[in-house]
Design a protein around this ligand. Structure first.
Ligand SMILES: [Zn+2]
Length: 314
């Protein structure tokens, strides 16, 4: 998909997306990178009907809602607010809370900010996912409770710790993409299910010596298991057998503490998805922005039927 210019900083953003019209122009540019073309009659000219957030074909009057297929659909909140929220969400490394968003946008109701963030998180979860491949490190960790090493007042008091499995692509010494999932137990079948879903067969998988990782060869992976040095030795500088996975886990824990002050076990997977989304697009703010808008995944414009199905939009 063609990428219209993306603002490099806040002032540019403010200038580029200052009005409802400007936001709609951006959506149109994403939808028709080579210029408008009517789906019904092929005509190349259209009028913008800003109030209805749609473009109308100049020949056959066919209308296309600019927000169809995006998270902005079915919402009365001004597009400028949405664009701000997405910008803040994708450019702030840690993400923002509903309270902060409410203040930043000057929203009257907290619920509005909460709902916006909720929708955006859902777009993060639904982001298209190709399985990891090549060399992949996998490790497990506890999140919450004392096991995770979250000490002091921010510890998740009274909440049971959750088991999380982390997979990281090795790109030389650097991390590629990551995947994270809450798992119920350490059973071989549980770990295998996660790996099958998140790693392409034929990949090489590095793990510690945990017995539950046994049997990966039969599932079509090259498996390199090594005994992880003791925690005390790791602290003294002995190299981990899964250094990239360790780093990802450390970053995740810092992020959970810093941004959300801990999350409940029930919500954890949603936050893991957000962390993964951020990590995997950390060098691509524009791609992140478009994905959250709902524009990044489909190359084709949304089919007419889907658009027509959303007649309730005003
Ligand atoms: Zn037409």
């Amino acid at each position: 998909m063609a990428r219209p210019p993306f603002p490099k900083h806040l002032r540019q953003f403010q200038a580029q997306f200052a009005s409802e019209e400007a936001c709609q122009d951006y959506l149109a540019l994403c939808r028709w990178p080579d210029g408008f073309s009517c789906r019904r009659c092929g005509h190349r000219r259209a009028y913008a009907i800003v109030k209805r957030r749609c473009w109308q074909c100049a020949a056959c009057r066919h209308q296309v809602y600019l927000t169809a297929g995006t998270v902005l659909h079915n919402t009365r909140i001004p597009l400028t607010f949405w664009f701000w929220a997405i910008y803040l969400m994708t450019t702030d490394k840690r993400g923002i809370s509903a309270l902060l968003l409410q203040r930043q946008l000057g929203l009257r109701r907290y619920e509005t900010a909460w709902m916006m963030l909720h929708k955006l998180r859902r777009a993060m979860v639904n982001a298209a996912r190709e399985p990891l491949h090549g060399e992949v490190e996998i490790d497990d960790t506890w999140i919450g409770g004392t096991q995770a090493g979250l000490r002091g007042s921010r510890q998740l008091k009274g909440r049971r710790a959750a088991l999380v499995l982390v997979a990281v692509e090795k790109r030389g010494k650097a991390s590629g993409r990551v995947r994270m999932g809450v798992i119920p137990d350490f059973k071989t079948t549980t770990l295998k299910a996660f790996i099958k879903q998140n790693v392409t067969p034929g990949s090489t998988i590095y793990t510690d010596g945990l017995k539950s990782f046994a049997g990966l060869e039969e599932s079509g992976y090259h498996h390199i298991a090594r005994t992880q040095p003791l925690r005390t030795e790791l602290r003294k500088g002995t190299k981990s057998v899964v250094p990239l996975a360790d780093r990802a886990i450390g970053n995740l824990q810092q992020w959970l503490i810093g941004t959300y002050h801990g999350v409940s076990r029930a919500q954890l997977q949603i936050y893991l998805d957000e962390f993964v989304f951020r990590h995997n697009r950390r060098k691509l703010p524009m791609a992140a922005f478009q994905t959250l808008l709902g524009l990044g995944t489909g190359r084709e414009p949304t089919p007419y039927d889907l658009i027509r199905g959303a007649r309730d939009v005003q």
